[in-house]
Ligand binder design. Sequence first.
Ligand SMILES: [Zn+2]
Length: 118
Amino acid sequence: MAAVLSHDELEHMAEALHELLAALHEELADELNEIEHVRHLLKRQSSGQSDRQAVLEVARRLNLDHMRHHLESIAACNQALERINRGRFGRCSKCGEAIELNRLRADPLVDSCLSCHG
Ligand SMILES: [Zn+2]
């Protein structure tokens, strides 16, 4: 039987996941606000030079890959929390074996063991 996480450690991970989720939501909300801001600027009838500058500035800051990555991380967080709730956390989603503890501790979002991962 492979080593499993202690109850305390599991709770600690759930807490960390909730914190990560909150931070990701916040970042995504910020990014959506930026988009809203750009839309607002673009809708204005007389877009002056300064508005165009502002739009370009936001466009430069916004990174769609970032946003996509945030969304994927949120999904991964939710899946990890779901695994905790169902008592499946720390099990490989592919082969069902225990995931190496050092990998889980480094990144609670991993959902497969080393041999399935590669
Ligand atoms: Zn596996």
